[in-house]
Design a protein around this ligand. Structure first.
Ligand code: DGJ
Length: 714
């Protein structure tokens, strides 16, 4: 519910459990009053805000602008035609609307029953208007923000930095949690107290990259999984970004938006620019509750509605990558598909290596037609044979990439991002296509449509194996090169939107050399993203743990792979590998043709487990029970009413200890059915027992042992 008192100029956004309050001061500045537990009354800050002598630097401002005495590092940088970079923005009006706003051309959380929008307009007398958009999704405790900047003057205006949101905290004692890493080690949690000055994460690589994720948490120093205050902040964007915490005189300021480096967007009179959305959840009960609210919002109101909630089961797939890499022909693929069928998979995914001349990573990207040697019957011929085996068919593409050794590049060398007169950088032997250009997108779009129309393709993996470099567009004049990075992202969004419109039943999975573009922006178009190229069951614990702070299990691509693991060389038990894979979008990625019929039969109960409990695993609430410590972890997915749950554990935590289950319902009796290769076990517990004493974990030794258990209340 949004409460707007237009006389007193006070505005409060209420979700079921949280409130966010603002007020306009005597000088027309929009001040932030607080964001925390649900409350009806927020005081104006103690600072003498109506005193003209009060230093603006001390004011918590909803949209701080440069040149007006606010000495924080400025994010918003409007440059007027006369060279002035300053704005004096004063309150000019507000309106509450039913429903959640949308942002044309940009991903954003979707409208839903009970959602509302608050628009607050701030005006500068020199011809600049800022409309702040606030969205409220009450049942998920989600508050979103975005902003539209309009040139209301008579001369061009250049935006050199535009935040999506700025949030002031009138305290200095907060920790900042970020999710960082590298290829095969994405989104590892790092926590540290916010120090005086600026700390930031972000990207200048055109995609978020493996290094940091566009999601952070600020929290009280005592915050933990089940207690303490925390504020999660996600940017719904997939390009260059910056999220920064600045600790200065009056407290901590969190700012987030498109990275200002190499951003410059010129608005002619009357034109406007929409900043991507930022989304926030506050929890007074620690990280677990915060994550569960984000998860609910993402799976119900962000991913494509076709795949939202528990509605549509996701297929159990087998992906050919770790089984074949580039080395296959049709016979080999059919052999693998037959083994996939024997393992009870639903869908066969042909990964990289299927198109004209692609036998290694050094050619052919951009030529999206079947290699005649590997696939004499074309993709359609293979698809028919896969379908005849009783499997649906899916395929891999990398639409934004082009190999120097490709027909596409030979025909259109100017389509690649490149700086005139300078050598163009190859990364993984490939260039990046200039997706900011319509004709480039159209060229790829036609090829994609030809592929997808040629046969019933049920799943598409959209990969992106490098970051952007040599960023310069042949289609824009020198003065507008600062638009290229953002226009590139808009181009990717446009094509993914077209895909979801034209092929509504297509299951799209995004990927970027593993998880280098794992963000809320991509999730608007694809209900799942490949989490990491590292499928090792132990490493996946920390990768999926970090990922789960914002993103729900049902969006994390996770596959059961072979041992020794191809990335780490480590050996893990079937149960541990199954626990990792079943905690995401379950599938296989290994050479099942090397398995005996008996070994394949051992996998059946786990596939059946996924089919039986898929709705719970996709739509249930995640509890991180024991955080990964490099040796093991435990977690669970539970129905909101505690009536059933799946408990997972792997590693040295399987030492006979008892695992307390906070979601177990008192007064109910549970049957616990553990699943092992070649068997299972059953035991009964009272809800109180599970809550207070815990579920006894078995004592298992050996190569990374694992444990899966389904709990059902009477
Ligand atoms: C990177 C992806 O993350 C892998 O799963 C695989 O698709 C390769 N690219 C193919 O080149």
């Amino acid at each position: 519910m949004i409460h707007a008192d237009t006389n007193a100029k006070r505005f409060t956004l209420h979700t079921d459990h949280t409130s966010y309050a603002m007020a306009v001061d005597g000088q027309g500045r929009l001040l932030h009053l607080g964001y925390g537990p649900r409350a009806d009354c927020f005081r104006l800050p103690d600072a003498p805000h109506n005193d003209p002598g009060c230093h603006p630097d001390l004011l918590p401002q909803e949209w701080p602008a440069p040149g007006m005495g606010d000495n924080h590092m400025p994010f918003f940088q409007p440059e007027f035609a006369d060279g002035v970079i300053a704005a004096d923005l004063r309150f000019a009006g507000a309106a509450v609307e039913p429903g959640k706003y949308g942002l044309p051309g940009l991903p954003a959380f979707r409208d839903c029953p009970g959602a509302e929008t608050l628009r607050i307009t701030l005006q500068d007398t020199m011809g600049l208007r800022v409309t702040l958009l606030y969205g409220v999704l009450p049942d998920c405790d989600l508050i979103t923000r975005a902003a539209v900047i309009e040139n209301t003057g008579t001369a061009p205006l250049t935006l050199r930095g535009v935040p999506s949101a700025v949030l002031d905290f009138a305290r200095h004692d907060l920790d900042l949690i970020t999710f960082d890493g590298a290829w095969a080690g994405e989104r590892t949690l790092h926590r540290a107290a916010v120090r005086p000055g600026v700390q930031s994460v972000g990207s200048v690589g055109g995609i978020p990259t493996h290094a940091h994720n566009p999601f952070v948490v600020l929290c009280s120093p005592d915050a933990g999984e089940n207690a303490g205050q925390c504020w999660g902040a996600a940017l719904v964007y997939s390009g260059n970004y910056r999220i920064q915490a600045e600790s200065a005189a009056a407290g901590i300021r969190l700012s987030m938006g498109i990275e200002p480096f190499r951003f410059a967007w010129t608005l002619a009179p009357g034109e406007s620019f929409a900043a991507p959305e930022a989304a926030f959840v506050y929890s007074g009960q620690g990280f677990g509750a915060m994550s569960r609210r984000f998860h609910q919002a993402i799976r119900s109101h962000l991913i494509p509605p076709r795949w939202a909630d528990m509605a549509a089961p996701r297929p159990v797939l087998l992906n050919s990558w770790e089984a074949c890499y580039f080395n296959f022909d049709e016979d080999r693929l059919l052999e693998l598909a037959r083994a996939a069928r024997q393992a009870h998979a639903d869908l066969f995914v042909l990964d990289d290596g299927w198109f004209r001349g692609r036998n290694a990573d050094n050619s052919s990207l951009g030529d999206w037609a079947a290699d005649p040697v590997k696939l004499p019957g074309g993709v359609a011929g293979l698809c028919r044979k896969i379908n005849d085996l009783g499997l649906a068919f899916g395929i891999w593409v990398e639409p934004e990439a082009v190999s120097p050794n490709s027909d596409l590049y030979r025909a259109h060398p100017d389509w690649a991002l490149q700086i005139p007169g300078r050598p163009t950088l190859e990364i993984r032997n490939q260039y990046v296509l200039d997706f900011s250009r319509k004709e480039v997108r159209q060229g790829i779009w036609q090829q994609l449509c030809a592929l997808l129309d040629s046969c019933p393709v049920r799943y598409l993996k959209w990969d992106m194996n490098r970051s952007l470099a040599n960023v310069y567009s042949a289609a824009l004049p020198a003065a507008r090169q600062g638009e290229v990075y953002h226009r590139y992202v808009l181009g990717v969004y446009e094509m993914q939107q077209q895909l979801t419109r034209r092929y509504p039943d297509l299951l799209l999975e995004n990927c970027a050399g593993g998880g280098a573009r794992f963000d809320c922006g991509m999730l608007y178009y694809s209900p799942q993203i490949w989490t990491s190229d590292n499928t090792d069951a132990l490493d996946r614990q920390s990768i999926q743990y970090g990922t789960s702070f914002c993103y729900p299990p049902c969006v994390m691509g996770a596959h059961y792979s072979t041992v020794p693991n191809h990335t780490t060389g480590r050996t893990a038990s079937v149960e541990a590998r199954m626990a990792a894979a079943l905690s995401g979008t379950f599938g296989f990625e290994l050479d099942l043709t090397a398995y005996t019929p008996q070994q394949i039969r051992q996998l059946h109960p786990f596939v059946q487990f996924y089919r039986d409990h898929g709705a719970l695993l996709r739509g249930g609430e995640l509890y991180r029970l024991l955080p990964p410590d490099g040796h093991g972890a435990a977690w669970a997915v539970a129905a909101p009413d505690g009536s059933e749950a799946v408990v997972f554990a792997a590693g040295r935590v399987l030492d006979g200890r008892c695992l307390t289950l906070p979601f177990a319902a008192a007064g109910r009796h549970y049957t616990a059915r553990a699943l092992y290769t070649g068997g299972g076990s059953e035991a009964a517990f009272a809800g109180e027992e599970l809550q207070l004493l815990g579920l006894p974990l078995p004592q298992v030794r050996g190569d990374l042992p694992g444990y899966l258990c389904w709990l059902k209340a009477d």
